[in-house]
Design a protein around this ligand. Structure first.
Ligand code: ADP
Length: 729
C-alpha cells in the first residue's frame, strides 16, 4: 500500500488516496520491493497504462524528500507540458516543478531552484554542454519510453545523456520506463538496475483480427460485426458506437488520416446528441480560429460530425483541441498516423490498426510496421475506469492474411531494442560534446566513456566502435573543432562554440564554409539555402515537376548562393541542392508575408510543418550569427536580419513592428499600411488610426498600445478610422 512507503513528503499519501490510488498495482509493488522508493535503480518494462508514471513519482518524490533533486526525461516536447501539469499537483506539498524547453544554448540556471525538472533528452544534453551547475546535484533521473534508444535519430542522445549523468554522479538513481520489449534485461544490465518485467494490465486487452464479418479474438472467440456496404473500418467504428465506445484508427499517411476522418464523420454524425453537436461546433470554431488553412478547415468540418484526424502537420493548438475533445468523449473517432501511439495520453475503447504497412523511403516500398510499434498502438485500447475492457483490432483482406496477422502481431513478441550509437552522424555530435564538456581528455578516456553506453553492453563486434570513433576524430580535427596530441584530446574555441550551439558539427562546417565565402551582405535567400542544406534541416521532398522548376530557379538565383553549386550531372548532390532550394524558398515566402494557406497548398505541407521549418531555420541562423562572430566575419547583421524575418514572417520594413507582443505579421502589415511604420509611430499615432488598422478590435488595440509602452493606452470613446466591417468589429 502507498501508506507503507516511508519518505514520501507529508500529504502525498493522502493525495494519492484521493486520486483513487491506495493499493499498488502488481508491477508497482515489484518496483517498490526492488527499492525504487529507497534510491535504487529500476527498469520497469510494463504495458501502456499500467501505472508507470506512479513508479516514477514514487522514485522522484522520495528522492526529493531525502533532500535530493530529480529529473524526468521525456521523449517529446509535447509530453513535457503534460508531465509538468501532472507533477505540479505536488506543488501544494512543497515540491517545486520546472519544465525546460526552448532554446538549446542556455544553461537554465533558474532550474537550480526546482525539485523536479522535466525536459527532453536533447534539452538535458544541451544543458550539460552549457555547463549547468545543478546537474551535479541530481539524485534521481527518470527516462520515460527508454525503448526509444532504438531510434536512429534521437536514441543516441538519450543514451549518451544517461551515460553522462551517471558519470557525474556514480550513485545516481536511474529509473527507466519502457514498453514491453524483448530485451529489457539488457537495458537493466546497462543501467545497473533491477528489472521489473511484467505484462500485467489494469484492464483486460483483447486482441484480434477482422476478416469479413468475423472478428477473431485471441481467446479463440468470434464476434459478429455487421457490415452492409460499409468498409471494415467504418463497420468497426459503428459497432463500437452502438456500445457507446470511442475508436482510434491508425493509418499510414497524413492523407489517409484526413480521408478516413472525412468518411468516418458520416458514421459518427448519427450518434451525436444535440448538446454534443453544439459543443463540437464550438470546438470546430476554435480550430478554424487557431489556423487559417485548408487543413484546419477540413479538420473543423470533421470535428463538427464527431470525427477528427491527428498527424504531425497539425498546429499544436488544433492537436490539443482534438485530444481534449476525444478525452471528453465528444469526438468519437480519431484517425491518426503512428506518431500518436508514442505520444500523449488518448486511451480509447477500441484501437483499429487499419494499415500495418508503411512506405519506407530507405527500402523503397511498403514495409510492415515493427511489432513494438503495433503493440504500442494496441496499448491505447481501454480507458481505465471507463471501459470494461479494451480491444485492439487488425484488418485482414484474405484468409491467409488473417493467419499472417495473428502470427506477426497478435502472438509475436516485440523486437529487441538495439543501440544506434555506432553511426557517424550520431558520434560526430556526441564525441565533440563529450570532449568539449570535459568528460574525456584523452582517447583512452573517450573509449572508456563510450563503454558506459548501451551500445557497448550489446555489441560483440569488437573494434567497430573504435573504428568509427577514429573516423569521427579525424573529421573533427580536419574541421578544426578538435586538437589531438599524443592521445590527448582538446576542443578548440570553435569546437566549444559548436557544441554549445547544439548543432551537428557537419552543419557547422557547412555554415562556416558558406559564410566564409560570402561578402558582408549575403541575401536572405542565400542564408536560407545555406541552413537548409545542413543535416540539421529536414528538407522538403521534390515532387514530380519540381526538378525542372527548381533547376530553373537555381540558375536564376545562382549568384545568391553561398558556396558552389554542384553540377547537374552530380545526380545525388544536385537533387539535394534542389530540395534545399525548395525548403529555402518556403522560408523566403514565409518571410515575404505569403499567406499560410497558399503556402500549405503550394508546398503540399500542413501548418505544423511550416512552423517546424521556421523554428529550425531560426535556430540554425542563430548559430550562423554566433559562428560569424566567433570567426570575426562582418556578415552578422545580415544573418540577424534574415533570422528575424523568418521569426516574424515579415519583410524587413516590418521588423520593428512585428516584434511587439500581440502584433504578428498580419497586423503589422495593416498598421504599416495605415502609416504607422515603427514602435515610435505606434506610441504617437492617432488612436483612431490605430483602432482602424486593427479593425476596430478595441481590447487587442489597447493591449498592443500597452505592450509598446504607450502612456495612455485607453481607447474608450475612440472611433476607428476607415472602413471596419461589422464582422471584424
Ligand atoms: P503508463 O504511464 O504506464 O502509460 P499511467 O501511469 O498513465 O500509465 O497510468 C494510467 C492510469 O492508472 C492513470 O490514470 C493513473 O492514475 C492510474 N493508476 C496508476 N496506478 C494506480 C493504482 N495503483 N491504483 C489505481 N489507479 C492507478
Amino acid at each position: 500500500e502507498i501508506s507503507d512507503i516511508p519518505d514520501l513528503p507529508d500529504g502525498v499519501p493522502e493525495h494519492f488516496r484521493e486520486q483513487g490510488i491506495e493499493e499498488l498495482y502488481p508491477p508497482q509493488g515489484e518496483a517498490v520491493e526492488a527499492g525504487v522508493a529507497e534510491g535504487e535503480s529500476v527498469v520497469a518494462s510494463v504495458p501502456t497504462a499500467s501505472g508507470k508514471t506512479l513508479v516514477a513519482e514514487l522514485a522522484m518524490l522520495t528522492s526529493v524528500a531525502r533532500g535530493g533533486k530529480a529529473l524526468y526525461i521525456v521523449p517529446l516536447r509535447a509530453l513535457a507540458s503534460e508531465k509538468k501539469a501532472e507533477f505540479e499537483e505536488f506543488e501544494q506539498y512543497g515540491i517545486d516543478v520546472g519544465v525546460s524547453t526552448g532554446n538549446y544554448d542556455s544553461d537554465g540556471d533558474w532550474l537550480a531552484q526546482k525539485d523536479i525538472i522535466v525536459a527532453t533528452s536533447e534539452k538535458v544534453d544541451s544543458l550539460v554542454r552549457n555547463g549547468a551547475q545543478w546537474v551535479d546535484d541530481l539524485t534521481c533521473v527518470v527516462a520515460d519510453e527508454v525503448h526509444l534508444v532504438d531510434s536512429k535519430n534521437r536514441g543516441p542522445t538519450l543514451e549518451v545523456t544517461l551515460a553522462k549523468l551517471r558519470k557525474l554522479n556514480e550513485d545516481l538513481q536511474t529509473v527507466a520506463l519502457s514498453a514491453t520489449v524483448g530485451n529489457a534485461d539488457e537495458i537493466a544490465d546497462w543501467l545497473d538496475a533491477t528489472l521489473v518485467d511484467s505484462s500485467w494490465r489494469p484492464i483486460d486487452l483483447q486482441k484480434g483480427v477482422l476478416y469479413g464479418q468475423a472478428l477473431h479474438l485471441d481467446d479463440g472467440s468470434k464476434k459478429q460485426i455487421s457490415r452492409g456496404n460499409e468498409k471494415a473500418t467504418a463497420a468497426l467504428v459503428e459497432d463500437t458506437l452502438t456500445d457507446e465506445g470511442s475508436s482510434l484508427v491508425f493509418v499510414n499517411s497524413r492523407r489517409n488520416a484526413e480521408a478516413a476522418a472525412r468518411r468516418l464523420g458520416d458514421v459518427t454524425r448519427d450518434y451525436l446528441t444535440t448538446e454534443e453537436r453544439a459543443e463540437l461546433r464550438d470546438i470546430a470554431a476554435d480550430i478554424r480560429d487557431a489556423s487559417d488553412t485548408q487543413t484546419s478547415d477540413d479538420l473543423a468540418d470533421a470535428v463538427e460530425k464527431g470525427s477528427a484526424f491527428h498527424h504531425a502537420g497539425l498546429s499544436s493548438e488544433s492537436r490539443e483541441l482534438v485530444e481534449d475533445a476525444f478525452r471528453d468523449r465528444l469526438i468519437k473517432v480519431i484517425s491518426a498516423t503512428p506518431t500518436l501511439a508514442a505520444g500523449v495520453n488518448t486511451p480509447s475503447r477500441r484501437v483499429i490498426v487499419r494499415d500495418w504497412r508503411r512506405y519506407d523511403g530507405d527500402v523503397g516500398g511498403m514495409q510492415p510496421l515493427d511489432v513494438l510499434e503495433v503493440h504500442q498502438m494496441f496499448g491505447r485500447a481501454g480507458r481505465p475506469g471507463l471501459d470494461p475492457y479494451g480491444e485492439a483490432v487488425l484488418i485482414a483482406d484474405s484468409h491467409d492474411e488473417l493467419n499472417e496477422l495473428f502470427d506477426r502481431y497478435v502472438w509475436a513478441d516485440p523486437e529487441p531494442v538495439r543501440s544506434k550509437l555506432a553511426a557517424e552522424p550520431a558520434l560526430r555530435t556526441h564525441i565533440l560534446a563529450t570532449v568539449a564538456s570535459g568528460f574525456a581528455d584523452t582517447e583512452d578516456e573517450l573509449v572508456s566513456f563510450l563503454e558506459r553506453t548501451l551500445y557497448a553492453t550489446q555489441t560483440d563486434e569488437t573494434g567497430r566502435l573504435e573504428t568509427v570513433t577514429q573516423n569521427v576524430l579525424r573529421y573533427l580535427e580536419r574541421n578544426e573543432f578538435l586538437e589531438r596530441e599524443d592521445g590527448g584530446l582538446r576542443a578548440t574555441g570553435l569546437g566549444h562554440r559548436v557544441s554549445q550551439l547544439y548543432i551537428d558539427p557537419m552543419s557547422a562546417a557547412e555554415i562556416i564554409d558558406g559564410i566564409r565565402s560570402a561578402d558582408d551582405r549575403p541575401t536572405a535567400m542565400g542564408l536560407y539555402h545555406l541552413v537548409s542544406r545542413t543535416p540539421d534541416m529536414y528538407e522538403l521532398y521534390l515532387r514530380s515537376g519540381d526538378r525542372e522548376e527548381y533547376t530553373e530557379l537555381a540558375y536564376e538565383r545562382e549568384s545568391e548562393f553561398l558556396g558552389s553549386m554542384p553540377s547537374e550531372f552530380e545526380d545525388g548532390a544536385f537533387e539535394d541542392w534542389l530540395s534545399a532550394l525548395k525548403t529555402a524558398r518556403l522560408l523566403e515566402d514565409w518571410a515575404s508575408e505569403m499567406d499560410e494557406d497558399d503556402m500549405a497548398e503550394q508546398y503540399g505541407v500542413g501548418p505544423g510543418d511550416i512552423r517546424g521549418k521556421v523554428e529550425t531555420a531560426e535556430w540554425l541562423l542563430n548559430a550562423a550569427e554566433r559562428l560569424a562572430g566567433e570567426l570575426g566575419l562582418d556578415s552578422g547583421p545580415a544573418i540577424r536580419e534574415a533570422k528575424k524575418r523568418v521569426e516574424y514572417g515579415v519583410r524587413d520594413e516590418l521588423l520593428d513592428l512585428a516584434g511587439v507582443r500581440n502584433v504578428g505579421r498580419k497586423r503589422a502589415r495593416r498598421l504599416y499600411e495605415a502609416g504607422i511604420e515603427s514602435r515610435a509611430d505606434l506610441r504617437d499615432a492617432d488612436k483612431s488610426v490605430v483602432l482602424g488598422a486593427l479593425r476596430g478590435r478595441r481590447k487587442t488595440a489597447e493591449t498592443i498600445l500597452e505592450n509598446v509602452g504607450r502612456k495612455d493606452p485607453d481607447l474608450e470613446g475612440v472611433e476607428p478610422e476607415g472602413e471596419v466591417s461589422a464582422g471584424d468589429a
